[in-house]
Write a protein that binds this ligand. Structure first.
Ligand SMILES: Nc1ncnc2c1ncn2[C@@H]1O[C@H](COP(=O)(O)OP(=O)(O)OP(=O)(O)O)[C@@H](O)[C@H]1O
Ligand SMILES: [Mg+2]
Length: 154
């Protein structure tokens, strides 16, 4: 996709920025759900996207900023042609040393903290595509794509 096509491709977009406080996990999931509501997603699609957003945002709050509430989390949501939803969760936290390892099912760096290490696995299975870019000391960008069922389009 080149820049000339980008405008045609994007139908609607939004960007949210909020403090890394645990109550904002709920805010982010409800905001994304409200933003994509005009697409009339199925209940299942909506639940899956909300759950994936929660997992990515909670990772930013818990891991990236180590529960320091002064960090800022950014959530971007883009609705593209053909009912494609792209959600990106960005933090400027500690970053991930080994992304491949972090994405493995059951891997957690906080086993004593009742974490199950399933966040990335949930994002992977509920969304069609998951991209994780991270730089230690700089931060992490988690991009998730879901193609909503075309049968429900208008
Ligand atoms: N935004 C982030 N910044 C820094 N580290 C992260 C971030 N997201 C994930 N990680 C690292 O990747 C690991 C795996 O994340 P994942 O969400 O799969 O499991 P978890 O958060 O440890 O447990 P669960 O999500 O099941 O509560 C985390 O334990 C953490 O070390
Ligand atoms: Mg997690």
């Amino acid at each position: 996709m080149n820049n000339n096509n980008e405008k045609d491709y994007i139908q609607n977009q939004m960007k949210l920025e909020f403090s890394s406080r645990s109550e904002n996990e709920g805010f982010a999931r409800v905001a994304v759900a409200a933003f994509i509501a005009p697409l009339d997603p199925t209940v299942e699609e909506l639940t899956e996207i909300k759950t994936a957003v929660s997992e990515a945002v909670s990772n930013a709050i818990i891991h990236a900023y180590r529960e320091n509430e002064s960090g800022m989390v950014t959530v971007e949501c883009v609705i593209e042609r053909d009912r494609r939803v792209v959600v990106t969760v960005i933090d400027n936290g500690v970053g991930i040393e080994n992304v491949e390892l972090a994405r493995e099912p059951l891997y957690t760096s906080k086993p004593d903290d009742e974490r199950s290490g399933m966040g990335f696995t949930v994002m992977d299975s509920f969304m069609d595509k998951l991209e994780v870019e991270s730089t230690p000391g700089i931060g992490t960008r988690v991009k998730m794509i879901k193609n909503l069922d075309l049968a429900y389009g208008f």
